[in-house]
Design a protein around this ligand. Sequence first.
Ligand code: ASP
Length: 439
Amino acid sequence: MSTIVCKFGGSSLADARQILKVKDIIESDANRRFIVVSAPGKREKSDQKVTDLLYLCHEHAKRGMTYDNIFDLIEQRYLQIVEDLKLDLDFKPQLDEVRGRIANEGPDYTASRGEALNGMIIAALLGVDFIDPADVIYFDANGRFDPENTQIAVAKRLTEHERAVIPGFYGSMPDGRVKTFSRGGSDVTGAIIARGGAAKVYENWTDVSGLLMADPRIIDQPNPIATVTYKELRELAYMGASVLHDEAIFPVRQAGIPVNIRNTNAPDDAGTMIVPNDRLDEPPTTAITGIAGRKDFTIIALEKALMNAELGYGRKLLEVFEDHGINFEHVPSGIDTISVVVADDELDGKLEDVLEDIRAICKPDHLEVHRHIALIATVGRGMAHHPGMAARLFGALGAAAINIRMIDQGSSELNIICGVEADDFEKAVSAIYYAFVEG
Ligand code: ASP
């Protein structure tokens, strides 16, 4: 059987109307056997997520304050869902138990009940088994996720069920206490279940039809990305595109399972396929896959006559950054010049000391600092080994009269990064986008 693991996010499960859409999606394909659920999310912009309310309950309990009126809101939401779904389920005892335990439990137990309670409801609605992730997803005594033992337990447990609902976001520690992943962690659970169940695909259902080629706040209705490789995704995410968390990608990436980002509100849209590099049957149809970028970088540029002949110069320079505990992003260099590109938050309060050390240790002829730099990554496996791609990109920036402060092409030719003045950022993204995509 070609198992599909589906994870539905909070907006897909915010109320009974959304949950019924989810039911239709699951029941339209018999391969959708294992369903990972988030807690109910926002019904509209000003609404509150159940998880946020639960954390608020915990904050009150910790200070010895009553949290009953906050829990009332949570209780109403679940009881409303059960009623609207017309389920024959007496849910009050479950809610009472959680309400009582919050007073003596830590934040992880409390927060995890959002998915636990939702999972019980969805399992009842679908008429399938419920698997408590505390039984199969393990953290060590220090709270670190234990992938090996989890994989063994999940794989074994899934063979015992034809179909099941598994709440996302949490597992347990050796002493049995509940432990959650970081916020948004149901994505991670979905990936773990997909791996344990040797799924043919991990469907991640949310409220958008996949990833977009560029930030929609900059480009009006950018094209969706049909297929992206894990490697490209990493480049895009690193440069600020908001996609699945790295942690969520890891288990499925390791197992070579593709992830399909889908839209619960538009289930016929194909969404975005995130695929392992070597499973790409079709060559990309577009030259670039996506554009992402971030502001707030600084370039520290050095010039020194005959630098290229001086052994160990680069090392000495980078050691200065290392000694100050600063991570660098790029080190573009020329014959007698070398620059270090650093994110501003890394430099916080340290710039003057770093410059002083560079002057003392590297003795540059000239030292310049360019602040307010934005980096833009143009990513695409379709660019590799294709002449003319860089020309098209830089030609577009030139035509838009944008000065390029830095260029870095990754050795995989998957990615061209350029640095521009922060004020030119939006204009530059737009120029690059329309250089490759018809407007
Ligand atoms: N409910 C949790 C959160 O809001 C986990 C998740 O939805 O992925 O962070």
